[in-house]
Design a protein around this ligand. Structure first.
Ligand SMILES: Nc1ncnc2c1ncn2[C@@H]1O[C@H](COP(=O)(O)OP(=O)(O)O)[C@@H](O)[C@H]1O
Ligand SMILES: [Mg+2]
Length: 329
């Protein structure tokens, strides 16, 4: 029953638990057809947000909708949205197949679908084993199989990579991408950017219940300008040449080196050649996404965070640089 666009809307969502503000005035939209990462460190409010979306927690303020409807109005929600939440438990003596049959009956899908989803998540060979003996990764797969029973339009996964081995993580990536490619919606949370970096196109970055960035991951990457570090024979002469060519973001570094923000090595090299300045060393630096993520979520911008809808990075990002050659990465 794909009776809508599969769009997920979170609007001014707030949840407080006593003194704890778990989610604060959070707004974002998840469009179908791609994978959206919901990122933030532990305690940022990811699970609380997803639970509100799934009707498991009542918002203090604001709302969340799937296909334009709050969860409780979805009719047969298992056919619209499938979810894998943290710490799902299974009846220990029940086989994977029987577990799925119980759920299939509950949402009114035929038994054949059970074998289909077991295949989909790679659990077919373990179908008749008791879920109690499953590894963490197998439990995650079984939880995902359960979520897929209703052939949903929207998939919500809360830290699904937890407990998966590297092979499982690669498998999950491919699975999410293929699912989204069929025009459906995937919202996947993680406390680690690296885990989803290769999979997601959009991200919502959460810190202390607030959105620090919401938009394409590419834009976040590009918003960080690169810079060129150069050691010229005559710094002043090169600086003059650079300035005449319109490069004004120039910084003096120790040992006669200079940093030119927003320039490419070719430009600096050509200008140096034209000005008869020798280059003794040069490399370019690019933003490390992990560092941006850390900056955004380390809490140091609390009370000073920019409006997430502007999709602007804070100026402090420019202080974070990572030499690609450094650290044996
Ligand atoms: N049922 C609850 N009662 C009290 N505090 C809660 C409850 N659920 C979550 N919190 C608090 O809300 C904040 C956000 O938690 P959570 O949504 O689980 O974050 P995340 O999933 O990003 O790790 C945390 O400070 C957490 O302790
Ligand atoms: Mg969580």
């Amino acid at each position: 029953m794909h009776d809508g666009s599969g769009r997920v809307v979170v609007q001014n969502l707030t949840k407080t638990f006593g003194q704890v503000v778990a989610v604060q005035n959070l707004s974002f939209t998840v469009e179908p057809g791609s994978v959206t990462g919901f990122l933030g460190p532990n305690g940022a409010g990811k699970t609380t947000t997803l639970r509100m979306l799934l009707g498991l927690v009542t918002p203090t303020a604001g709302y969340a909708t799937i296909n334009g409807q709050p969860f409780h109005n979805l009719g047969n929600p298992g056919r619209v949205v499938g979810a894998v939440l943290e710490a799902q438990s299974f009846h220990p003596n029940r086989t994977a197949r029987n577990h799925l049959r119980v759920y299939a009956a509950a949402i009114g899908v035929p038994d054949e679908r059970v074998d289909t989803v077991l295949q989909l998540v790679g659990l077919a060979s373990a179908a008749d084993r008791g879920a109690g003996g499953f590894s963490m990764g197998m439990r995650q797969r079984l939880a995902l199989a359960t979520a897929l029973l209703g052939d949903p339009q929207v998939l919500v996964l809360d830290e699904p990579a937890n407990g998966l081995d590297p092979e499982g993580i690669v498998w999950l990536r491919t699975f999410m991408q293929n699912f989204a490619r069929t025009g459906r919606t995937v919202l996947v949370s993680s406390h680690q950017l690296a885990e989803v970096e290769q999979t997601v196109e959009q991200v919502v970055i959460l810190s202390r219940g607030q959105a620090m960035y919401y938009g394409p991951l590419d834009q976040l990457r590009k918003s960080q300008q690169g810079r060129v570090i150069v050691r010229p024979s005559d710094p002043q002469r090169l600086i003059t040449a650079l300035q005449e060519a319109g490069h004004t973001a120039i910084e003096h570094l120790p040992d006669g080196m200079i940093a030119v923000t927003g320039a490419e090595p070719e430009q600096v090299g050509d200008l140096a050649l034209a000005a008869s300045v020798a280059i003794y060393g040069m490399y370019s630096q690019h933003a490390d996404l992990e560092q941006i993520f850390f900056q955004l979520t380390s809490g140091q911008f609390a009370g000073n965070h920019y409006n997430a809808t502007q999709q602007q990075p804070p100026p402090e990002w420019h202080q974070q640089w990572q030499r690609p050659q450094d650290g044996g990465q």
